[in-house]
Design a protein around this ligand. Structure first.
Ligand code: NOJ
Length: 764
């Protein structure tokens, strides 16, 4: 008999309901889990609530996990994360299934944030595609690869709305808008979880970070949040809810406190809202050591905070072992009830059940599939497509782009021939050696490498404070960071520039400058790269700035001095090939920003759906809401992105302007390609209500359509508007709409809109 069938027989005899249970509905699952829980001791139940790290990768917290295999053997572990490959996972699963008393399989988690082996652009970049089908397809590929590597469960999507680009984790999210963020959150969950979690190529999603992590004060990682209920419901909670409505099986608590109580111990958040209001039936996992960190928040010792976290609604404890070490004592002392332990244990077991693990603990562990599924030509093609669609053209003076194939290019910058940084933050399994650099991409696309003269030009940063930290955290090798002296590097770049018709400067951030634990107070291009750029611009040759970075940057000087600016984020495995295609015009850029680019750090937070204030800015009146030294508006607004062609959008025309109750209005916009290239425009619909019961955003995104047009062609796009689009949260948190006048705004971004108005009354 094969080892796997032995396991199955063993499990089948242990779990008598197994056969029908896996294919049955909730009743069968309840029956199965109840049967299993009857056999479990208190220790074994608590063991299911413990999630140590396999520890192969960067430890993102104060402590790694110890003696994990021994604990699995003793039934003290419910799942393990941060491991992959069938071999590594089989080893742990074998111990759980063969050597623990009840043979309960482990759930295996991993941070799969924007791809597993095939790396897609960072999520912020993907969101700029405004294409939920592409995003779902990318998540499907990530799930296929991760599951083939033995992973059951991914810590994604991160759906935290963020208005502060100093926070490095904006790279992992979908920007500032709750409506678009909700669509994307649901698409990612669908992509991961597929048709059934029992399918070999699906993984369970874990929505994070619940809640409001994107609103940390000052954009500083792990910081506090304080927010009014109205703001929370209106702008921050919708994407979490949308992801759960799409069926996400689990959710992760956030590190921050929220109105005086950290999420991990917040009963209102994890029970009243999540379970009672939203009816969530999956399980809640803490973030990395977020349970024991409750002590640093000032909530008591390990026993006290563990009890509090469990009772609030945290089901699984990631790494801190507060549950493992203290919950039994708390039960004995009457500080925690058996019902709380049973609730959490049941939810973890149910997740394993839904993932098909009781039927076959080795469902996703298959070396052959792993061998055949990774970085296939189809996946790489999709990665290139997603990357091309994610790039945002921010400026293109005198049609500098696309580049002519006969031009000689000086390709300059520390990110121009770089593999690691093109993968972006949060890549665990991706192989940087597979990444196509921008230099390689351009060489290939130019077909004649003498057309591309490369010089590195500068380091990524020479800021001593930052370099010292990077060395301390092993992100840079010790010793002098420079390959050469900076003046020498700039000289080489200028020599390359002197032989070229056009300069392509690839500047920005390294992968470790965004993502977790990567807040920055100055979000400009680092000084040494900036000096290089000044020298290049001074040559008088046109400079195309290609940005590689994980967040909106402040770019006022660049915007007024570079001929063209292409935002490419961290484009992933195929990033360099995609950038070359776009620079040469094989793909006409179509991405639109999902986060405003501030003019300066002092404007932060700056976001499109802000309130009007009682003194909206009036240039002729000092006593209106403004800064004396800079304009209020961001440099590049939400929804902004150019194309090599030009488009015109008509004002919206409405089929009716007086409506009652549940009627619908249709807004029609004619969009025309008025330029020379075929291209895609994203027509956006915003709604505002100037007079309402409460103050409202100046406008809220409520729809968009992507339209591909040949030069000279037009199309009509229609938006159906229903009362649902008018709703907002009222003082008592009712989600309803106020009758009155609504302004329907349409256009190519949140700033350049045209409008029409209608009056909507409540029904009789
Ligand atoms: C901490 C991060 O905040 C979270 O996003 C991640 O999933 C966990 N560490 C696990 O690595």
């Amino acid at each position: 008999m094969q080892p796997r069938s032995i396991v199955f027989v063993l499990l089948a005899s242990l779990f008598p309901f197994l056969g029908k249970a896996q294919s049955g509905g909730h009743a069968a699952m309840d029956q199965f889990v109840s049967g299993l829980m009857k056999k479990m001791t208190l220790d074994e139940k608590i063991g299911q609530l413990n999630l140590p790290t396999g520890g192969n990768f960067t430890i993102t917290g104060p402590q790694p996990s110890q003696d994990v295999e021994d604990k699995i053997r003793k039934g003290e572990v419910g799942g393990v994360f941060s491991i992959y490959t069938p071999e590594a996972i089989r080893k742990e699963q074998d111990i759980a299934v063969h050597e623990s008393r009840l043979h309960i399989p482990l759930i295996i988690g991993l941070d799969v944030i924007h791809g597993h082996k095939t790396i897609f652009p960072i999520p912020l970049g993907m969101s700029c595609t405004w294409d939920t089908t592409l995003i779902e397809d990318a998540a499907r590929i990530a799930a296929t690869e991760a599951s083939a590597d033995g992973v059951d469960w991914v810590f994604s999507p991160m759906v935290d709305i963020a208005r502060d680009p100093r926070w490095g984790r904006v790279a992992e999210g979908s920007g500032e808008d709750p409506w678009l963020g909700s669509l994307i959150a649901a698409a990612v969950v669908r992509g991961y979880q597929g048709k059934s979690l029992e399918d070999t190529n699906t993984v369970m999603a874990c929505v994070k970070h619940f809640a409001l992590y994107g609103a940390v004060e000052g954009g500083r990682e792990y910081n506090s949040v304080d927010m009014s209920p109205l703001k929370m419901y209106q702008y921050y909670l919708p994407p979490y809810h949308a992801a759960l409505e799409a069926g996400a099986g689990s959710i992760m608590t956030s590190f921050n406190d929220l109105d005086g109580l950290p999420s991990t111990a917040n009963h209102w958040l994890l029970t009243d809202l999540l379970r009672k209001q939203w009816g969530f039936r999956g399980f809640v996992v803490s973030d990395y050591t977020a349970v024991s960190e409750l002590s640093n928040h000032g909530l008591g010792d390990l026993q006290a905070v563990s009890a509090r976290a469990l009772k609030a609604g945290t089901d699984m404890d990631m790494v801190s072992e507060g549950f493992l070490k203290t919950l039994k004592k708390s039960v004995q002392e009457g500080k925690v009830s058996m019902a709380d332990i049973d609730r959490a244990c049941r939810l973890v077991l149910e997740a394993k059940y839904k993932l098909g693990l009781f039927k076959n603990p080795y469902l996703r562990i298959n070396e052959q599939r792993a061998h055949a599924s990774m970085t296939t030509p189809e996946s790489l093609e999709m990665a290139k497509k997603v990357a091309e669609h994610s790039f945002v053209l921010l400026k293109n003076e005198n049609q500098t782009l696309p580049l002519s194939r006969s031009s000689t290019i000086a390709l300059v910058g520390p990110l121009a021939d770089d593999q690691d940084d093109l993968q972006g933050a949060w890549v665990l399994a991706g192989d940087p050696k597979k990444v196509i650099t921008i230099r390689q991409g351009l060489d290939q696309a130019a077909g004649d490498s003498s057309r591309v003269i490369y010089a590195r030009g500068s380091d990524i940063t020479d800021d001593p404070f930052m370099v010292e930290k990077m060395i301390r955290y092993h992100l840079l090798p010790p010793g002098p960071p420079r390959q050469k002296d900076s003046a020498g590097m700039v000289r080489e770049a200028l020599q390359a520039a002197s032989k070229a018709d056009v300069i392509v400067a690839v500047l920005g951030e390294s992968e470790s400058m965004s993502g977790e634990a990567a807040s920055r107070s100055d979000i400009g291009i680092p000084a040494c790269q900036e000096s290089l750029l000044h020298a290049l611009v001074a040559t008088g040759k046109p400079v195309v700035l290609v940005l590689v970075n994980g967040r909106p940057l402040t770019l006022p000087w660049e915007e007024s001095h570079c001929a063209a600016i292409l935002e490419t984020w961290a484009g992933g495995t195929e990033g360099g090939a995609a950038i070359a295609d776009v620079l040469y015009g094989a793909y006409n850029p179509s991405g639109k920003l999902t986060m405003s680019f501030p003019l300066s750090v002092g404007q932060i937070p700056v976001y499109y759906n802000h309130k009007n204030t009682g003194r909206p800015f009036d240039p002729n009146n000092k006593y209106t809401s403004q800064y004396l030294d800079i304009p209020n508006d961001p440099l590049f607004p939400f929804g902004f992105g150019l194309s090599y062609t030009s488009f015109s959008c008509s004002a919206p025309s409405l089929d009716r302007t007086r409506l009652t109750g549940d009627q619908q209005a249709v807004a029609t916009v004619t969009v025309t390609n008025t330029g020379k290239y075929p291209g895609t425009e994203t027509v956006q619909l915003y709604i505002s209500q100037p007079t309402a019961t409460l103050t409202r955003s100046v406008e809220d995104l409520k729809g968009f359509r992507k339209v591909f047009l040949e030069p000279g062609k037009s199309a009509q796009v229609r938006f159906t508007i229903t009362p649902d689009d008018l709703k907002y949260y009222h003082m008592n948190l009712d989600y309803d709409w106020d009758p009155g006048t609504f302004i329907i705004r349409t256009g190519p971004n949140s700033r350049d809109v045209q409008s029409a108005s209608l009056v909507w009354k409540k029904g009789p």
